[in-house]
Structures are given as C-alpha cells and as structure tokens.
Design a protein around this ligand. Structure first.
Ligand SMILES: [Mg+2]
Length: 264
C-alpha cells in the first residue's frame, strides 16, 4: 500500500460546534484504507466521548485508536520523561483520565503540575498549584497553548477559555514558564506520526487554523491541507511567521487522493 497517512483536526474540519461538515465526513470514508488519526488540542474530553460525538454526526468507523487528544499526548510524554510520574492536575475529565493511566496524583510534591481545559480552576486549586510550584520540584506543563475554543455551556454555543488562558494564572502566580505539549508544539505531532507508523513526509495534516495546525505540522516536515470551513476564512489576513499550506481548500471534497499519493 502507498505510504500515506493523515492527521486530522476536528473542530472546524469535521464539525462546527455540534454540526457535521458533510464533505469532511465523506472524505474520512474515502481514506479508510490509510492510517489516520483525529488530533485535538482539547484536553477536557475523553477519547470515548469524542468517539460518541463522531459517530453521532456520521463518522461511523472511528475507533478509540483513531483519536489523540493533547491530554493523552501529555500523559504519554510525561511517562517518557519520568515513568510512574506523580502529578497535580487542574482540568476536565479527559485530562484526569489520561494522567491517571500512567501516573499518580500527589498534592504535596508532585513531579508535574498539569493544566488543561475544562472545569477545575478556582481559588483553591490555583493556590495549591502555585504553592507546589514555588516550594517543590514540579515542572509546569500545559496540555496546549490555545487561548480559547468553541464549546457549549448553559445549553448554548459559546467561546470557552483554552488551555493557554487557564494556565496563565499559575504561570503568573509562580513565575514559572510552562512547557506546552499540544499543537503547534512538536511533541503532539511526533506522537501522531508514531501512532500512524509513518514518516513526516508521508503524512498530511488537515486543519482549519494556520497558526497551530499548519505551523506545527510544517515545522515537522509534515505536509499540510488548510480547509476554510473553520476559524480561518479564505480572505482573512494570513498569520505572520506561518508557512503557507500545501493546499488551501474550501471543502475536502476538492481533495484528490491520487494527487496526494503521488506526492509522498
Ligand atoms: Mg480546529
């Protein structure tokens, strides 16, 4: 088989909020013979809940092994740094589940303070986190640097604070610089390639945000497809210091698989 693989962002590519993007779902059907991975910086959600959401909007053949969240990438990375690590985490259920799979909670002197999206930040958790960072050995880790994301709260579509926004008070309060794992940082892409069992030049990253999806992938030598169904629209100013994508399309229906095959 051809050595082709896909890393696929979800929000703005496969769906917008709760609404499916039908051309993208048809594209996922077409690539079933290739290795592919849905990649999300959202660390609050569990792979199981993502699988359910995807199957609810028509991505029927997605399995858990097709999903990599920044929380899973973070846990995997920390396990590589320090097997059986201890942590103090503030974030949603996806973050706690991912860390708990490899590490152990410790509120006294953990190896890492890990901050991600979702509920959990309040005066007490911030105070505990800052004290750990100031008094102990812990390194400050962010699942992802996104400032915000689309989500649902109070029964309506809203903009939610992202990992970058939620880690800021810990960073300011402790004067410690965080290490971020999710897009556009290389760790998440490296793990994606490993899971696909592909080299960077054999893989296309499909995303809707130039400054994260495209920038991070291009830095790794991964080919890129920017689809204008999400955050970035065709006539928006293109962000500085961001490489142009290999393809910019208004719909994944425009992508020709034989053309992609000929490039790898
Ligand atoms: Mg997106």
């Amino acid at each position: 088989m051809d050595h082709l693989g896909f890393l696929i962002d979800m929000d703005g590519v496969i769906y917008r909020g709760d609404k499916a993007i039908p051309e993208a779902i048809a594209f996922v059907e077409k690539i079933q013979d290739y290795p592919y991975l849905f990649l999300t910086n959202n660390s609050a959600v569990t792979p199981q809940s993502i699988k359910e959401k995807l199957s609810g909007i028509g991505v029927s053949r997605c399995e858990i092994e097709h999903i990599l969240t920044s929380a899973m990438a973070t846990a995997d990375y920390l396990q590589g740094q320090k097997p059986g690590f201890t942590y103090y985490a503030v974030g949603g259920p996806g973050l706690h589940a991912a860390l708990n799979a490899y590490g152990r909670k410790d509120e006294n002197d953990p190896d890492f303070v890990v901050i991600g999206e979702g509920e959990g930040l309040d005066y007490d958790t911030l105070t505990i986190g800052i004290n750990i960072l100031l008094q102990g050995k812990a390194r400050l880790i962010g699942t992802n640097p996104d400032v915000n994301l689309n989500g649902t709260r109070w029964g309506k579509q809203v903009t939610l604070p992202g990992g970058g926004a939620l880690i800021a008070p810990f960073q300011v309060g402790s004067c410690k610089e965080p290490l971020f794992i999710g897009k556009p940082n290389p760790v998440m892409y490296r793990q994606g390639l490993k899971r696909l069992n592909r080299e960077a030049g054999e893989v296309f990253m499909i995303g809707d945000r130039p400054e994260t999806d495209i920038k991070g992938a291009a830095k790794m030598g991964i080919r890129t497809i920017l689809v204008t169904t999400g955050r970035y629209r065709r006539y928006d100013p293109y962000p500085e210091d961001t490489p142009l994508p290999d393809f910019m399309v208004d719909s994944l229906a425009e992508m020709d698989l034989s053309q992609l095959q000929s490039m790898v």
